[in-house]
Write a protein that binds this ligand. Structure first.
Ligand SMILES: Cc1ncc(COP(=O)(O)O)c(C=O)c1O
Ligand SMILES: [Zn+2]
Length: 392
């Protein structure tokens, strides 16, 4: 099935990131249905070089994550479900530069997004598409922030939202799901086990499963981080991006965004080294990267107070590892103390009360400096993925 010609978008189709099979974008899709594949799907666009918007044209564009609808998988721009997410600041971290000896360091500060985290980007896209495709209810497992964001966007869309959350997730994440009218199921287990609860019930209950990278549109929302970083650096890219990695959506999303911008001719071929930061108590990506493995092994008894990083085995492990390797980046595991110190330094030196995950990203820079992978002249972007206020 093809998308109507009047679309504002160059969205063409969905392809499997593992086997390349094409999937119909006109119906609800989750993962690849080819036998023995079950890989994540990704939206593909028909892109040709076009002039980059001028400063005057950019000034006219919406100041949300939907700034470039031609690069989003939608058919009708008037039906976007938005809470004015995105267009977050890229803050020059001058005092952290002085303290660390770096010359150029920016914090992409996602804490001001609706519901206090970058999960808003993914869920604005997923809920918009769910509505467009006629879904009545979405369901997802969450380590915390995604559940609140899903419930908020579902509220705006008038859609049912079911969130399954580990029982030991901080209370605020439970409170916000209920506040937005979502159905909260608390489960004695980690996020992947919460995902199984959804998998078992979704057919019978007619839920659209929007688990991380098990549907193709949250990553489309997350990739807008990559569009914004490029635009904010005047269509250049930094040399290193440090990303606190759970399911890895933002990491693979940014990489995808830059390929699309390059296909349009808006940026060149320079790419940052991509670094995944995780907690020692749950570092499946770091372990697989270090061992040269293609897949992650599940971490038993995963623990960290950076709850967004408590993903024992990311579904899109191959995609994440491919981006780390192709970018010639790397992966860093941090102690809880290092994460706390990172969070505290962001607050005390930059006035940013970051989520622990954001603190981990900054703490990762210091480790990479010690390892000699980041030097004073490396232009570094640290992604602060959420607000520290939600963890109090
Ligand atoms: C604040 C925060 N940072 C980072 C992450 C990890 O994000 P991703 O799943 O895209 O790797 C999460 C996920 O819950 C989160 O809530
Ligand atoms: Zn496949």
């Amino acid at each position: 099935m093809s998308i109507p010609a009047s679309r504002p978008s160059n969205f063409e189709t969905l392809t499997c990131t593992i086997c390349g099979a094409i999937h119909d974008p006109g119906v609800v899709q989750t993962i690849c249905t080819e036998p023995d594949c079950h890989g994540p799907l990704a939206a593909r666009y028909a892109l040709e070089p076009t002039p980059r918007p001028s400063a005057a044209q950019l000034a006219e564009l919406p100041r949300t994550a939907w700034r470039f609808p031609q690069l989003m998988p939608i058919t009708d721009e008037t039906k976007i479900i938005t809470l004015h997410e995105g267009c977050t600041p890229l803050i020059p971290a001058t005092r952290l530069c002085a303290a660390s000896g770096l010359n150029s360091l920016w914090i992409k500060d996602e804490s001001g997004n609706p519901t206090g985290s970058f999960k808003a980007r993914g869920l604005t896209a997923a809920v918009t598409k769910a509505l467009e495709l006629g879904a009545q209810a979405i369901a997802l497992p969450t380590a915390g922030n995604a559940g609140g964001a899903a419930a908020a966007y579902a509220a705006k869309a008038g859609m049912e939202c079911v969130v399954v959350m580990p029982v030991d997730t901080p209370q605020i994440f439970k409170t916000e799901v209920k506040a937005f009218g979502g159905t909260l199921i608390e489960y004695e287990g980690l996020i992947d086990e919460c995902g199984k609860v959804i998998a078992e019930q979704k057919e019978e209950k007619n839920w659209y499963d929007v688990s991380t990278l098990k549907e193709p549109y949250r990553v489309e929302g997350k990739k807008t981080l990559g569009f914004e970083i490029a635009e904010q650096l005047d269509w250049t890219l930094p040399d290193a991006v440090i990303y606190p990695t759970g399911g890895g959506t933002g990491l693979v999303g940014m990489w995808k965004a830059w390929a699309e911008l390059e296909a349009l001719g808006w940026i060149g071929s320079h790419r940052p080294k991509m670094y995944a930061v995780q907690a020692e108590g749950c570092a499946p990506v770091v372990t697989a990267f270090t061992q040269g493995a293609e897949r992650c092994q599940r971490v038993e008894n995963a623990t960290t107070y950076a709850s967004g990083l408590r993903v024992p085995c990311p579904f899109a492990d191959r995609w994440i590892l491919e981006v780390l390797r192709r970018s010639e980046g790397g992966a860093v595991a941090l102690t809880e103390k290092q994460i706390q110190e990172g969070q505290s330094e962001l607050a005390r030196l930059e006035g940013i009360f970051a989520a622990p995950e954001g603190g981990a990203a900054w703490a990762g820079v210091k480790v990479l400096q010690e390892r000699g992978e980041i030097s004073p002249d490396t232009r570094v972007v640290v992604v602060n993925t959420g607000s520290g206020y939600k963890y109090c």
